[in-house]
Ligand binder design. Structure first.
Ligand SMILES: [Zn+2]
Length: 184
């Protein structure tokens, strides 16, 4: 969408509140299920603070080479008990395959972030007047394991987002709303 045209987004500096100025772009490689592509990442600059920020699209997080829906699909399969090989082969073609170590890293990160993300979604549901019992759908009340929190997050997301509305998965949508420390 933004190949040669900077997105028309007006931002203020997080530190001083001043207006940011457009500040060029850089190219970054992004892996999807089928290929690695180069996309432009536009930047903005605060003349007062000398700080530069990058405008990431919703389907990327700063550290990850893969688009968010590939990571989400991988975690979903891992959760169902797929092996690394089954997970990797069903979510990427061989030209862009991720390593076993990468999948482990994604899994570890997800275990850490599932709880704050789930609590955030639960909070949103409560403040929007959701009437159901959110704790009742928590899978294990006694001695819960991290995997139970993952299942809780899954259930909360299916309540929070209309079924089928997000062809690119839940995470890319959710990450535009979640606080930084809970982004998936
Ligand atoms: Zn500033």
């Amino acid at each position: 969408m933004y190949e040669d045209r900077s997105p028309d987004i007006k931002l203020c500096c997080e530190d001083c509140g001043g207006h940011l100025h457009k500040h060029g772009r850089y190219m970054r490689s992004v892996a999807t299920k089928h290929e690695t592509v180069q996309i432009p990442i536009y930047r903005q600059y605060c003349p007062a603070c000398g700080k530069t920020v990058s405008l990431l699209p919703d389907f990327l997080v700063p550290w990850a080479r893969f688009v968010t829906w590939v990571r989400e699909a991988a975690i979903a399969r891992r959760q169902k008990g797929f092996s690394w090989r089954q997970t990797a082969e069903s979510t990427t073609v061989s030209a862009v395959r991720y390593s076993r170590r990468t999948l482990k890293r994604w899994w570890k990160r997800h275990l850490l972030r599932a709880a704050p993300a789930a609590l955030w979604v639960a909070g949103q549901l409560v403040s929007s007047g959701f009437e159901g019992d959110l704790l009742r759908i928590y899978p294990a009340k006694i001695a819960p394991l991290p995997a139970d929190t993952l299942r809780w997050l899954e259930k909360l997301l299916s309540v929070y987002s209309p079924v089928g509305a997000w062809r690119r998965g839940y995470w890319a949508f959710l990450n535009t709303l979640l606080p930084k420390a809970a982004r998936l």
